[in-house]
Write a new protein. Structure first.
Length: 167
């Protein structure tokens, strides 16, 4: 559930869960151009440090971004900074829980979040902190302004997306 700066409290949290498949890894590699053997070459990876392919660590960070941008704090949130520590590898077909938790309400409209990814065994794969700037008002409250600036096609697409999210 998305929240504005004034609605957030220390301890607020939310998460998404996703099983990371081989397809996800190849799609990520295609978008970023990172086709390192560590992620895409099982034969070479068998003699590497982890003895098998692993998921790109930054793909997990994308799941954190999903939470930040869609639910905690939510739509309209701006990333200001992010620190990360990669503690354990993510393997193909691991189910990841990406979570954000408010740990500090800062001045000037900023919020500090703990950002963590766990696997299906509860092991922490990555942790870090983010400073974000949540919106001052809910997206739906800005629709009157947007109505004047968007054409009908853009309005319909935006309303559909917001309806699905609220639904």
């Amino acid at each position: 559930m998305e929240k504005t700066y004034s609605e957030l409290k220390v301890g607020d949290r939310d998460f998404v869960e996703k099983t990371i498949t081989e397809t996800d890894v190849y799609l990520y590699a295609g978008v970023t151009g990172d086709f390192s053997w560590l992620h895409v070459n099982e034969i070479r990876a068998r003699v590497g440090h982890f003895k098998t392919r692993i998921v790109h660590g930054m793909l997990l960070v994308g799941l954190i971004s999903n939470v930040v941008g869609n639910s905690m704090p939510g739509a309209g949130t701006i990333y200001e900074s992010q620190t990360l520590r990669f503690l354990k590898p993510c393997y193909f077909n691991d189910t990841i829980k990406a979570e954000t938790e408010v740990i500090e309400i800062m001045p000037r409209g900023r919020v500090r979040l703990r950002t963590t990814c766990y696997n299906q065994h509860g092991h922490i794969l990555l942790d870090g902190e983010a400073v974000v700037i949540p919106p001052r008002q809910h997206v739906l409250e800005t629709m009157d302004i947007m109505d004047k600036e968007l054409d009908d096609y853009e309005k319909n697409r935006l309303y559909e997306q917001l309806s699905r999210r609220a639904g």
